[in-house]
Design a protein around this ligand. Structure first.
Ligand code: GLN
Length: 381
């Protein structure tokens, strides 16, 4: 049996969601909203199916969706993409990342990753024969710096895998950090695989800047996006890969034998959704900002030190000032059992030298869900 996979534990998201079910707990662990999602987009999916969008679509995705993705990024970021040679639809962001990694990484190649690292990256890099080189990011700012990059980039570095906005830390990286990373990618001739699935979920003054738009990165960046996060329909599993033709072509070769295509009616509905006016995206941010603030205030009033969330569905709490004498993992198992609220320990996103005091809560929930969770946690610390 394949050692890379046999030795892995069950993903923390599934483990915690199962614990939430077993304990009849409110699930603020795995990141998914508990409202039904935009009705017009769901209706568009139903209608597309009734109107015949049910057989294998083109392997690269419905032409109308590829066009909609190109138009969308042109509008939001001034990024000019050719929909036919630079855009591919995948079955979710995870498949998009897997296609990109398997396309780029050869045995012995080094791949720079940043801890906290999303749990699907390292097993796929290793399966490709790649060697992850881990950079350790730390609370409360989780920022990049030159020393970190200097210590891992070298002539064997083939790729960097960068998640921005960063799950679970809820950071939206400023231009300065992106320019630093871009400089190293160019100096060492490295391909950047960018997991930007949270690109529309940013708050306050924080705006997402795609790495592909930083000077010098257009030809060496594979940008990954996800309709699940853009429209709060996480189970739809519609992802996108955008990259220069020579990169996209190889990612497409991988994709053809991973999933080949993706449900056409869902693709048609996402194409419709991407055409929505800016108001839709801004009001989604406003709603999520309100939920973030509700959970932040509630947790703070219970005595939890909350780190500010700049984006994603998540906020984090740093337990270290509380003197609890337990790790983030112990804390999460205690509260799911004793207080019936599930959360995610951030140490699960580290392979070496974990930060063990930070816990992630998902706030993309109805007010009532958040309020009940807060009531339950009232004497947890
Ligand atoms: N992206 C989701 C999260 O961070 C989890 C998705 C999954 O369960 N694989 O919570």
């Amino acid at each position: 049996l394949n050692k890379v996979f046999a030795d892995l534990p069950v993903t923390i998201f599934e483990a915690m969601s199962q614990a939430a079910r077993d304990n009849n707990a409110i699930n603020l662990g795995q990141g998914f909203p508990d409202d039904p999602g935009p009705e017009d987009i769901r209706r568009a999916a139903a209608e597309a199916s009734l109107n015949g969008y049910n057989q294998y679509p083109s392997m690269m995705g419905l032409p109308e969706l590829r066009q909609a993705i190109a138009t969308h990024y042109g509008h939001w970021h001034g990024l000019k993409l050719d929909p036919m040679s630079e855009v591919m639809v995948t079955s979710g962001g995870t498949e998009a990342l897997t296609s990109a990694i398997l396309a780029v990484v050869r045995p012995g190649d080094e791949v720079v990753c940043f801890q906290p690292v999303y749990d699907s990256y390292l097993p796929i890099i290793r399966q490709a024969g790649g060697i992850p080189r881990l950079v350790r990011l730390e609370p409360p700012h989780w920022r990049l710096n030159e020393d970190m990059l200097k210590s891992v980039f070298n002539s064997k570095t083939k790729a960097v895998l960068f998640n921005n906005p960063l799950n679970p830390s809820a950071v939206v990286y400023p231009r300065e950090d992106l320019e630093l990373l871009a400089r190293y990618c160019q100096e060492f001739d490295v391909i950047a695989i960018c997991d930007e699935v949270w690109e529309h979920v940013t708050f306050d003054e924080h705006e997402h800047i795609p790495l592909i738009t930083i000077p010098g990165m257009r030809e060496r960046t594979i940008k990954v996006g996800s309709a699940g996060k853009i429209f709060s329909l996480t189970g739809w599993k519609i992802g996108f890969v955008c990259a220069a033709p020579q990169l996209l072509r190889v990612a497409a070769k991988v994709h053809q034998f991973l999933t080949f295509t993706t449900a056409p009616n869902l693709q048609a509905a996402v194409a419709y959704g991407l055409g929505k006016s800016d108001d839709y995206f801004l009001s989604m941010r406003k709603d999520l900002t309100r939920s973030r603030d509700r959970l932040t205030k509630g947790l703070e009033s219970l005595g939890f030190p909350v780190l500010k969330s700049q984006g994603t569905y998540f906020l984090t709490v740093d337990l270290s000032p509380l003197g609890l004498n337990e790790s983030d993992t112990e804390f999460c198992w205690r509260i799911v059992k004793d207080y019936k609220v599930a959360a995610i320990p951030v140490s699960a996103f580290y392979e070496q030298d974990p930060v063990t005091s930070v816990v992630r809560f998902c706030f993309a929930k109805k007010d009532k869900t958040l309020d009940t969770a807060l009531e339950r946690l009232s004497d947890a610390v």
